[in-house]
Design a protein around this ligand. Structure first.
Ligand SMILES: O=c1ccn([C@@H]2O[C@H](COP(=O)(O)O)[C@@H](O)[C@H]2O)c(=O)[nH]1
Length: 239
């Protein structure tokens, strides 16, 4: 996979105008970047906007992180799969029956959408895990436990931080996708992210895709920021 294809730009914008302004840079390009649509944008623009981006050639990750009883999640995935997006997300803590029901619904739709499972959010650190959520042990052990659950349920991969991507692959399979947010170029502020790595470090540790929002979307020159990240990834891949 080319370095450019490993970056998923999180379009965390309030509406279509802001997102389209960024995507304009690739209007005449054959190599459109992978984009992620989360709730902020999706609730503002709706499914048609997402389907249109797919038709224009953008690979799309629709990141709605479903979490509910198995039947409700399966029905939600059934509806979302109709948009023909590349990636969808559900939460691991819904448990095995929920994960299996979601995967079955996704496969039944036959659109080739891959299903990812959110392990522990990259905004979670050990203190929060132990003291607020009441989950004992390290964040890594919780991520691995959820990743193994997800793997056994037959989904396509997980969302974890770059710090855990190598461990996830070791504990599951090299083909099991590790998609990693919490990416910050050197010296950038972590903001609300707790488990961060630089783009180069995340690739080195085994991440398949890097999800990157504010370091690109809030940069003075977002395209230059995207290109600098791609360059950093290329350097690691060529090492
Ligand atoms: O554990 C998770 C799961 C999802 N995300 C999403 O990734 C981006 C990260 O944005 P930044 O601006 O680069 O922090 C954002 O859309 C989150 O919803 C995550 O950060 N961590």
């Amino acid at each position: 996979m080319r370095a450019e294809e490993r970056v998923i730009i999180a379009l965390d914008y309030p509406g279509a105008n802001e997102a389209e302004q960024l995507l304009q840079a690739w209007a005449f390009s054959q190599n459109k970047p992978f984009i992620k649509v989360g709730y902020q944008l999706f609730y503002a623009v709706g499914p048609e906007w997402v389907v249109k981006r797919k038709q224009e050639g953008f690979p799309v990750f629709l990141d709605l992180k479903l979490h509910d009883i198995p039947n409700t999640v399966a029905k939600g995935i059934e509806s979302l799969s109709r948009f023909g997006v590349d990636l969808l997300t559900i939460h691991a803590c819904g448990g095995r029956a929920m994960l299996e029901a979601a995967k079955e619904a996704c496969e039944k739709a036959g659109a080739g959408t891959r299903l990812l499972v959110v392990t522990q959010l990259t905004s979670t650190d050990r203190k929060m895990l132990n003291e607020e959520l009441g989950i004992p042990g390290s964040v890594e052990s919780s991520v691995i436990r959820y990743a193994q659950l997800a793997y056994r349920a037959g989904v396509d991969g997980v969302i974890c931080s770059g710090r855990e991507s190598g461990m996830v692959k070791q504990a599951t399979s090299n083909d099991f996708l590790a998609v990693t947010p919490g990416i910050r170029p050197a010296h950038a502020e972590a903001q609300d992210q707790k488990r961060v790595l630089t783009p180069g470090e995340a690739i080195q540790s085994g991440a398949d895709y890097l999800v990157i929002g504010r370091p690109i979307t809030r940069a003075t020159d977002p395209i230059a920021a995207f290109e600098a990240i791609v360059k950093e990834i290329k350097e690691v891949l060529e090492e």
